[in-house]
Design a protein around this ligand. Structure first.
Ligand code: ATP
Ligand code: MG
Length: 588
């Protein structure tokens, strides 16, 4: 196993972790019981995400508790108590009803992280329509494609995004009946063929009774990140909320007085499951920052808002590492209790850097748009093996499997052996399909397992280790190599900020490993540094696994959710078509 150090979890707790005894809680856990933590709609009318996230707190002891604190990019602060959020989301649900938007209809939102996005999401759940978030940085074509694939009925957006990105493509989406615009500073807006959302909200009633909601009613349509190909529209149902709630409690260790900050944009599933739903169902305070990444701004937010639980992503952590640990230590971050990360493999170096800069490690966890919620995690009360994704949540059965040529599935039981990561279907937030692609959905299941498309290993103590995406694995001289291992070694070098590794076809070795690196501030590309990095990697990885070539890039191509797009590095290297680049950061 690639780990050499273990970061021991604290032994003395001011706040005892919810999952303080992993083994015993796991053994006794059932999803039926987890559902008892939620209220359900009055008069046994089913289960609705928004009722659990908003109404039950607004109607109870937490009505005045701060649900969302919104930090505008220009310094504005807006506070939304559970009560206020309830009124506003009721108004939005009434707006939808008045416009004839019904159960299962798709309501898309194209907006930055502004309060209306959160209100529209929750109001859409109340109306039992399907919420579909889009990244505001998408250009007209990715917007058109998703609206059209998802047969959007309503689009909520801002006047400026509408004019720049939607007006020209609108005619190409015949299903789109309503466009609800948010004017600049919520000022009235009057553009032909659209409605002014602020005015509609003012006219709407602040009361709304959520109708009967079957736990299997569709709630969310979420497009995947497009890291490996064309994004797929994963569908989720209302009872996914049981998993959102439970994973918030166990993996993110939510306690009732927590101030939680998830840095993800709701255009990416993390920003919905954990940026909207999970903190609210747990009745805690969630920070929403409209601004983009800026290390010092982020440390200031952590300090000023007294954030206790923080959920971010490897790319952001690597960018913070660039700025150094001293900068972090200038801030008073004594309230921070748990640091968590998701989205990409978290290099051991980054886990350990957390310890150096924040006095505690980052806790990596693994999941996918398809799984709807966290599946494998490092928990507050568990020792961390840097580089490992941790262990499966209670209620989740994970295994390493091998697909045989006959199409059957063999479970690999030998510790340390590499195979595909598989999950036993049946958890509440498992996707219920890819929108309009039933065959693709079917192909994800075999032998009673959901096959994730990721390769991993499991060690003798049940910790899972990410190897790479099945599509990214490199075959060289008879070895199967995951890019993560090679990238993690490269970023241990003091000059390297980021690394992306691909396999390049080779007549002898089948593939040779090529690495692309970007450098930290203060370092310049040179042949000498290239030779040094090649030697550095060879000394640590051995000649078979070390890269044979290294190229310097100012930055690596990434998705808007911050994932390195190895398929693009490869296509560019080989002069092949780039494929779907709709989610590429910086593209429009
Ligand atoms: P697409 O499916 O369109 O190619 P994507 O898989 O990147 O895009 P997401 O659903 O956002 O879309 O990402 C899930 C994937 O991200 C996982 O399958 C895994 O490859 C990677 N991932 C997420 N968290 C981790 C983690 N902690 N360690 C390693 N990989 C992770
Ligand atoms: Mg995927």
């Amino acid at each position: 196993m690639p780990w050499t150090t273990i970061i021991k979890s604290r032994r003395e707790w001011e706040t005892v972790p919810n999952l303080h005894d992993y083994e015993s809680i796991r053994v006794h856990f059932t999803w039926e019981q987890a559902r008892q933590d939620l209220e359900g709609l009055p008069r046994n009318q089913g289960l609705n995400i928004a009722h659990e996230a908003v109404d039950r707190h607004a109607n109870g002891a937490r009505a005045a508790h701060l649900a969302i604190r919104w930090l505008g990019k220009n310094g504005t602060v807006e506070d939304y108590s559970y009560n206020r959020l309830n009124e506003l989301t009721n108004r939005f649900a009434n707006v939808l009803q008045r416009l004839g938007v019904g159960r299962g209809d798709r309501v898309f939102v194209l907006a930055g992280r502004i309060p209306e996005l959160y209100i529209a999401a929750l109001g859409t759940f109340k109306n039992r329509s399907m919420f579909c978030p889009l990244f505001s940085a998408f250009g007209p074509e990715p917007i058109r494609a998703r609206l059209s694939i998802g047969q959007a009925k309503v689009l909520v957006t801002t006047t400026s995004l509408y004019q720049r990105k939607v007006a020209a493509i609108r005619a190409a989406i015949p299903s789109l009946e309503q466009i609800l615009l948010i004017g600049e500073d919520r000022q009235p807006t009057a553009i032909a063929g659209t409605q002014d959302l602020t005015a509609l909200m003012q006219q709407a009633s602040p009361s709304f009774a959520i109708g009967p909601t079957d736990p299997e009613d569709m709630a969310l349509l979420h497009f995947t990140s497009g890291t490996t190909g064309t994004p797929k529209g994963a569908m989720h149902v209302h009872q996914a909320v049981v998993a959102h709630h439970m994973t918030g409690k166990y993996a993110l260790d939510f306690h009732k007085d927590d101030v939680f900050w998830c840095t993800a944009d709701p255009g990416w599933v993390t920003g919905t499951s954990y940026g909207i739903i999970a903190p609210l169902t747990n009745g805690i305070t969630s920070i929403v920052d409209e601004g983009d990444f800026d290390a010092e701004r982020w440390y200031r937010i952590l300090q000023e808002e007294r954030v206790t639980v923080w959920y971010t992503a490897p790319t952001a952590i690597r960018m913070m590492m660039k700025g150094g640990a001293e900068l972090v230590r200038k801030y008073d971050l004594r309230h921070l209790r748990l640091l968590a990360s998701v989205g990409e493999p978290l290099n051991p170096e980054a886990v350990v850097w957390g310890q150096e800069a924040f006095g505690q490690p980052f806790h990596d966890n693994w999941w996918q748009t398809e799984t709807g919620g966290i599946m494998i995690a490092n928990y507050a009360a568990m020792d961390i093996r840097p580089g490992s994704m941790g262990r499966p949540l209670p209620g989740i059965e994970a295994a390493i499997v091998h697909r045989t040529e006959a199409g059957t599935i063999d479970v690999i039981t030998k510790p340390g052996e590499q195979g595909e990561l598989a999950l036993r279907p049946g958890w509440p937030s498992m996707f219920r399909g890819y929108w309009n692609e039933p065959e693709r959905y079917q192909k994800c299941f075999a032998g009673g397992w959901y096959l994730t498309g990721d390769l991993a290993k499991k060690d003798e103590d049940g910790y899972f280790w990410f190897v790479g995406r099945a599509d990214d694995v490199i075959k060289t001289s008879g070895h199967l190599i995951g890019p993560f291992e090679v990238e993690s070694v490269l970023i241990e070098h003091k000059a390297v900020a980021e690394a992306g590794v691909i396999g390049k076809p080779d007549p002898v070795a089948m593939e040779v490993i090529k690495a692309f690196v970007s450098l930290k501030d203060g370092y310049e590309p040179s042949d000498e540094l290239r030779r040094e990095l090649l030697g550095f990697a060879r000394a640590r990885l051995g000649a078979a696994v070390a890269p044979k070539e290294i190229a310097f890039l100012p930055t690596l191509p990434k998705t808007r959710s911050g994932k390195i797009m190895r398929r693009l590095l490869k296509a560019r290297e080989l002069g092949l078509p780039e494929g779907d680049t709709s989610t590429l950061e910086g593209a429009s």
